[in-house]
Structures are given as structure tokens and as C-alpha cells.
Design a binder for this molecule. Structure first.
Ligand code: THU
Length: 140
């Protein structure tokens, strides 16, 4: 599937996310997800989901990637690629959409499969009317 909103650097981001996906630790769901984030400084940070015997402690790929970027000193995020295997495109969970919004309210989101499907969207479309830093009153 092609998408006119895809841009040239997106395929590189998808490639990094696909490689990172191989590092996913998902013995319980067997649903491996890879994510790669491009920052405004044009750096790429990636993450994969990490599950736990205590299921609720699982961390999604998208949040793993955001936390890696922020820990590297990159807080301004431009785009994220999210990759899963098979033919169905991924859809980031609500918690990850909220966490992505904190550091990339205008970010582009590239959804991809290992079979070559692609869809480009934006966080604004995935999380309309978001609650974010600008929603809080200034600290007194
Ligand atoms: N998962 C992600 O990594 N990203 C998402 O957007 C959805 C869910 C992971 C969490 C868990 O390891 C597995 O996929 C099944 O929910």
C-alpha cells in the first residue's frame, strides 16, 4: 500500500523500527512491536516492547522509544515509525499516544508492517483534543 503522505526519510525509520522489533521480549502475547523515533536534531532512537510475567508491567515499543530519546537528551520528536509482522497495520495504544503527545504534539506517525504495508498519519489525528503541557495553568 502506498500513501501520499509518506516522505523520503520514512523508509529508513521503518527499517530501524523493523530491526528493533527483533529485540522485542514478548513471550506472553507473541506480539512483537518495533518503534523508531526521528528527533528534530535528526537523530533516531528506537524501542521494542518488553513484557513481564506480571503482565501489567509490560512496556510498549513506542514508550520504550520515547524514553530512550528523552534519556539521550532529545525531547523534540518529529516522527515515529511503528512496525509489526503480518498484514494488518499496527495502532498505538491510548497510553502511548498520550506519552508521545508530551514530546511531539505535531509528530508524524508511520504505521508499517513487515510485509510492506504503510500508512502515514499524525498524532493530532490519533489523539484529538489532547490533554498536554499547555492544558495546565502556569505554576505559581
Ligand atoms: N504493544 C506495543 O508495544 N505497542 C502498542 O501500541 C500496542 C501493544 C505491545 C504490548 C504487549 O507487549 C503486546 O504488544 C500485546 O499487547
Amino acid at each position: 500500500m502506498s500513501d501520499e503522505r509518506l516522505s523520503p526519510g520514512d523508509e529508513e525509520l521503518v527499517r530501524v523500527a523493523s530491526l528493533q522489533r527483533e529485540r522485542a521480549y514478548a513471550p506472553y502475547s507473541r506480539y512483537k512491536v518495533g518503534a523508531a523515533i526521528r528527533t528534530k536534531r535528526n537523530k533516531i532512537h528506537s524501542g521494542a516492547n518488553v513484557e513481564n510475567t506480571s503482565y501489567g508491567l509490560t512496556v510498549c515499543a513506542e514508550r520504550a522509544a520515547v524514553f530512550t530519546a528523552v534519556n539521550a537528551g532529545d525531547r523534540e520528536l518529529d516522527a515515529i515509525a511503528i512496525v509489526i509482522a503480518g498484514d494488518e497495520l499496527p495502532s498505538p495504544c491510548g497510553a502511548c499516544r498520550q506519552v508521545l503527545y508530551e514530546f511531539g504534539p505535531a509528530m508524524r506517525v508511520i504505521l508499517a508492517t513487515t510485509t510492506g504495508k504503510r500508512r502515514a498519519t499524525t498524532l493530532a489525528e490519533l489523539l484529538p483534543d489532547a490533554f498536554g503541557p499547555a492544558s495546565l495553568p502556569p505554576a505559581s
